[in-house]
Design a protein around this ligand. Structure first.
Ligand SMILES: C[S@@+](CC[C@H](N)C(=O)[O-])C[C@H]1O[C@@H](n2cnc3c(N)ncnc32)[C@H](O)[C@@H]1O
Length: 217
């Protein structure tokens, strides 16, 4: 298990949590948590404000490929794959690699990139029972498992651990009171988010031995 920032080549976004906290209300959060069109392609108050492919995952997947030694014979599962952007870039970066994605959002899967659509399924991170033990070389889950309530989040971590030979996840977290305050203003969908030390204790409790890093707005 290693804390490693494999997303260091992901473009940095300038965020303004104070402004967001002023404009977002409980109804926006309720809508965002449905992970439908409004979350991906609606207003900024209910999610991304437009979730479109722009190639930002290309350097990240190259980093993954190098770090985990991925080759044509490898396989990757993306838990919370949304429209499959990252898996599309895996296909390009590692020709011949097997990709698979699951996401709770029917909207995201319906609007996924055509090349990867056949490999994406609607599903819940807490139940990966259609996949066998250690059936993927790598399981990736970016800013997804914190959207589950604690009991389900634990199930998701156990499932990721079970189906992957390697795993890498990022979760909403903070390291100090300032970051905690920013997170609480910024977050609209997370149900389980906490101090990095609490996450590490949770990883121990559920037996998650994969790699991890933090999303800190
Ligand atoms: C912040 S988005 C991240 C999407 C993508 N991983 C990325 O980094 O661009 C969170 C994703 O988690 C998905 N999601 C939320 N709850 C989920 C669950 N219980 N099981 C699977 N996916 C879930 C959402 O539909 C959404 O696509």
């Amino acid at each position: 298990m290693m804390e490693v920032n494999l997303l260091d080549l992901y473009p940095k976004t300038k965020r303004n949590p104070d402004e967001r906290a002023e404009t977002i209300n409980d109804e926006d959060k309720r809508i965002a948590k449905q992970f439908g069109k409004e979350f991906f392609d609606g207003s900024r108050n209910t999610g991304y404000g437009g979730y479109r492919y722009d190639g930002r995952w290309v350097p990240v997947v190259e980093r993954f490929a190098q770090h985990y030694g991925l080759t044509a014979g490898s396989s990757v599962l993306d838990v919370g794959c949304a429209k499959g952007f990252m898996l599309h870039d895996f296909q390009k970066a590692v020709p011949g690699i097997t990709v698979e994605g699951i996401d709770i959002s029917q909207y995201a899967i319906d609007n996924a990139m055509e090349g990867v659509k056949p490999f994406l399924h609607v599903g819940n991170a807490k139940d990966l029972s259609s996949y066998g033990d250690k059936s993927f070389t790598l399981v990736v889950s970016i800013t997804t498992v914190h959207n589950l309530r604690l009991a389900d989040c634990k199930m998701a971590l156990r499932e990721i651990q079970r189906v992957g030979k390697h795993a890498f996840i990022t979760v909403d977290a903070w390291r100090n009171p300032e970051e905690e305050a920013r997170m609480k203003k910024w977050n609209i969908t997370a149900e389980t988010f906490m101090h990095v030390d609490d996450w590490k204790r949770l990883f121990d409790e559920v037996g998650y031995t994969g790699d991890y890093y933090w999303f800190i707005p």
